[in-house]
Design a protein around this ligand. Structure first.
Ligand SMILES: Nc1ncnc2c1ncn2[C@@H]1O[C@H](COP(=O)(O)OP(=O)(O)OP(=O)(O)O)[C@@H](O)[C@H]1O
Length: 256
């Protein structure tokens, strides 16, 4: 289970960032008093426009950055107090993941396995399972630098799931993928959910949220402005698709 209690993240901007954002304020509130709970056996989607604070929230859950205020619990372990425990139970995936270009996929998989203390038969079984599912066997011995974007993404997913985590966090799961690879990724996320895992994703793609997520939290300006199943969100706004529902919440938030 993931429990986010009053999470706030304020970045301190450097001069360059202030100039780029055309602001004189050196503080940027990326996440603003966010609360949410996501449970095993569901795919929870953070849906919001660019800059809404989705990635920042996921990175706080994954112990990659520290919250400014508030608490985040992953299976009862608080991310700042017990980061190692949290890291044991999560897999964090992002399309920006960088694998060492010089090595082949097979080597990288074993390397990450060892980092998670997985070896021998367990590692072999996991590799067989993931390499078969993602069709990695045919390029397992190619260097990462020789792979296409889709192959790299598949390799990155397999490597991040080597320890069979109970909680999978995926920032923009289909970003940059062709339609076939994207489908195999979303199908895999559904399989994880059906196996009883908790999957939390961020997306700005309405159709992805609509089809993939069991519950959706709509995030605007770092705040959760709505939450529910697709049906609940449509009912709350008296709309018939998520895009229309989103704009209802967006207008209400922006006072338009
Ligand atoms: N390291 C950082 N330093 C300063 N500001 C940051 C940093 N990372 C993110 N921000 C700012 O915080 C806000 C939220 O960014 P975040 O990446 O969390 O949003 P997002 O919803 O994931 O957006 P996107 O879909 O564009 O990735 C944005 O205004 C962004 O510019």
């Amino acid at each position: 289970m993931i429990e986010i209690k009053h999470l706030t993240k304020i970045y301190k901007l450097n001069k360059k960032q202030m100039a780029e954002s055309k602001t004189k304020n050196p503080y940027k509130t990326a996440v603003d008093d966010l609360c949410l709970t996501a449970k095993k056996g569901e795919i929870y989607g953070l849906l919001g426009p660019n800059g809404a604070g989705k990635t920042t929230t996921l990175r706080c859950i994954a112990t990659l950055i520290k919250p400014t205020k508030g608490e985040v619990f992953v299976d009862q372990h608080e991310v700042q107090k017990e980061p190692e425990k949290v890291r044991e139970s999560i897999g964090f995936l992002t399309s920006e993941i960088k694998l060492d270009e010089q090595f082949d996929v097979d080597y990288m998989f074993d390397f990450f396995g060892k980092l998670h203390n997985i070896s021998g038969e367990r590692l072999k079984k996991r590799k067989e399972e993931l390499f078969t599912y993602f069709g990695i066997k045919e390029f397992a011995h190619k260097k990462i630098k020789e792979l296409s974007t889709g192959m790299k993404q598949k390799a990155a997913i397999a490597v991040s799931l080597v320890h069979d985590p109970d909680i999978v966090i995926f920032d923009e799961p289909t970003n940059g993928l062709d339609i076939i690879t994207a489908r195999s990724v979303t199908d895999y996320l559904r399989k994880l959910r059906d196996d009883g895992k908790l999957v939390i994703v961020s997306t700005h793609i309405m159709s992805e949220a609509e089809k993939l997520c069991d519950r959706i939290g709509i995030i605007i300006d770092g705040q959760k402005v709505a939450e529910g199943t697709l049906r609940e969100l449509l009912e709350q706004t008296n709309t018939s698709d998520l895009e229309d529902a989103f704009f209802e919440f967006y207008s209400a938030r922006k006072g338009e």
